[in-house]
Write a protein that binds this ligand. Structure first.
Ligand code: SF4
Ligand code: SF3
Length: 541
């Protein structure tokens, strides 16, 4: 196997024997094969679209298939067998439909590839279509094709999240097909691929705006809300991942059953949505970021549902208490495909739950664009009268590397006349710190999930508008942490917007070649994080 799509890749180079994430070589090969078949499906979809034929089932499926290959989503080989076969079936059906209209559909090797009938055969096929080695393909082309693929993975994930809430835009699907097909096109050089990667960032802004519209249109704009980190005496069900609709279904299905519902990881900001916080048994937040789940889930006295990334290998002690839904999968873990969460609810009822009330401390969430821009006058005034010196956007993914302590230290050392905006699971490095406030404006503002990056961008753009300057001229520094491919596409969106001087850590992507890095540094002055002291000195002088 060879995989280097995430930040924790082995030795900062690539996972070759088994994934550091727990991905087995057979699943790695099946994921490579699924991406390969998706590229062929994309070629056919583009040709069919030229003939005026679109198929929403193909569009939705393509995003689901690609999302499944994101880091820490699906580790179950059988699910990939089904996805590969369905991809080929949909491709052939679309081709037949288009050809009936007289359209000419190309018959290249990828678009006509026949998947093997069984898992063993598919794994063997997958092993021959993985990422080419640096000897087989020019290092910069390889780097940019993979950057584009990882950008598309993140884009497909956000497109799927938005579509679940009824928000779709055909231009997004069109680009996903174009981007996938472009990675097969040997005529494209470095400049073409850089352009496509930035276009991926541009299209992702559309996808994230759709997701924002889906979330806020369905559940209202988040409002500042205190979330207890403790628990209530009673049965307990923990929901992790990013999917608000799954959470809502669970809240509806647990109503009146004597179960308290808790959030984990990226679900924390959901407590701010009026349409979710109205449920009285939606109580508090348990635990921290994804990489601590083995310890935290083992200690949780109720059932656990994973709605999206990030799942890790369940420990034996809680293997029977954890359930997956949507695109998440782990072999042997009970998967709830129908959205009837009865098995998880029955498990929560059978487990002891918490034996006493302990509200613990609480944290504030709900500072998404509507809440922050609602007090924009106050914020602008505070900047003008120098009560606020600088804004730091410290956000992105969390992960297991010790170097991620940087983000905790940085936030602790940010001076008291500065405001910290945060989003995504990287916040768990400092989310429970009491940073106080500046004239009533909290110094730590949680904008939401990684899925809410659109909200952060809207806040920055609105502030720039208020100060009549560009985002790069604001007293704002972006200090980001990355781990998986949703973060890759958000970074591409920021670069598309021309945002400069981003600090990225804890390490730079292994799939970025030295020349590609050079392009990014020259055009965007993107830089690796240093030490907290050095970076604060460089930013604040
Ligand atoms: Fe390795 Fe990350 Fe790929 Fe998992 S997703 S195999 S940890 S590079
Ligand atoms: Fe986190 Fe997986 Fe990226 Fe949603 S939950 S930000 S890593």
């Amino acid at each position: 196997m060879f995989c280097f799509q995430c930040e924790q890749t082995a030795k900062g180079e690539g996972c070759t024997k088994i994934g550091v994430c727990g991905k087995q070589p057979d699943v790695a090969a099946l994921q490579d094969l699924l991406i390969y078949v998706a590229k062929g499906l994309a070629q056919v979809a583009l040709a069919a679209r030229k003939a005026g034929i679109k198929d929403n089932r193909v569009d939705r499926f393509t995003c689901e298939a690609i999302f499944s290959t994101l880091t820490n989503v699906d580790f179950d080989p059988q699910r990939f067998v089904a996805l590969i076969q369905e991809a080929a079936r949909l491709r052939d059906a679309l081709k037949a439909k288009a050809e009936k209209t007289g359209a000419k559909i190309g018959a290249g090797a990828v678009a006509t590839f026949k998947p093997a009938a069984d898992l063993k055969g598919l794994v063997a096929q997958g092993e021959s279509v993985g990422i080419p080695s640096a000897d087989q393909l020019n290092a910069d082309i390889r780097s940019l094709r993979e950057l584009l693929i990882y950008g598309i993975k993140g884009l497909a994930a956000y497109t799927d999240h938005a579509a679940i809430l009824g928000q779709e835009d055909d231009a997004v699907y069109q680009f996903i097909y174009e981007g996938l097909a472009a990675t097969l096109d040997d005529s494209l050089g470095v400049n073409d691929l850089v352009g496509l990667a930035l276009k991926c960032g541009e299209v992702n802004l559309k996808a994230m705006a759709l997701l924002d519209a889906g979330n806020t249109g369905t559940y209202g704009h988040p409002v500042p809300t205190a979330v207890p980190l403790g628990h209530k005496k009673g049965k307990a069900l923990l929901v992790s991942g990013h999917d608000l609709k799954d959470l809502e279904s669970i809240l509806k299905q647990t109503q009146g059953k004597g179960i308290y519902v808790y959030t984990h990881g990226e679900m924390l900001p959901t407590h701010g949505y009026p349409g979710l916080k109205k449920y009285e048994h939606f109580y508090g937040h348990y635990g921290t970021a994804w990489q601590n789940q083995a310890k935290e889930f083992a200690a949780f006295p109720g059932a656990i549902v994973m709605t999206t990334n990030c799942i890790q290998k369940p420990k034996e002690s809680y293997q029977d208490n954890i359930f997956t839904t949507g695109l998440v999968g782990w072999p042997g873990v009970h998967h709830i495909a129908t959205k009837d969460f009865t098995p998880a609810i029955n498990k929560a009822l059978a487990m002891p739950g918490f034996t006493e009330d302990d509200p613990g401390k609480s944290v504030m969430v709900g500072f998404a664009r509507n809440a922050v821009l609602g007090v924009a006058d106050k914020v602008i005034e505070a900047v003008k009268n120098k009560a606020i010196r600088h804004f730091f956007l410290v956000g992105g993914c969390d992960g297991a590397k010790p170097g991620r302590d940087y983000y905790t230290e940085l936030v602790e050392k940010i001076p008291s006349d500065c405001v910290v905006l945060t989003l995504a699971c990287g916040k768990f490095r400092f989310f429970d710190k009491d940073l106080g406030n500046i004239g009533g404006i909290p110094r730590l503002l949680d904008i939401g999930q990684c899925n809410d990056a659109h909200s952060a961008i809207q806040i920055a753009v609105a502030l720039a508008g208020a100060f009549n300057c560009g985002v790069n001229d604001l007293p704002l520094s972006m200090i980001l942490s990355w781990y998986e491919q949703k973060a890759c596409v958000i970074l591409l969106s920021l670069l598309h917007l021309g945002i400069k001087n981003i600090r990225l850590g804890p390490s730079l992507p292994a799939f970025i070649s030295p020349n590609v890095l050079d392009v990014l540094v020259k055009n965007f002055n993107i830089m690796p994080i240093g030490t907290a002291d050095q970076d604060l000195k460089a930013i604040l002088g």
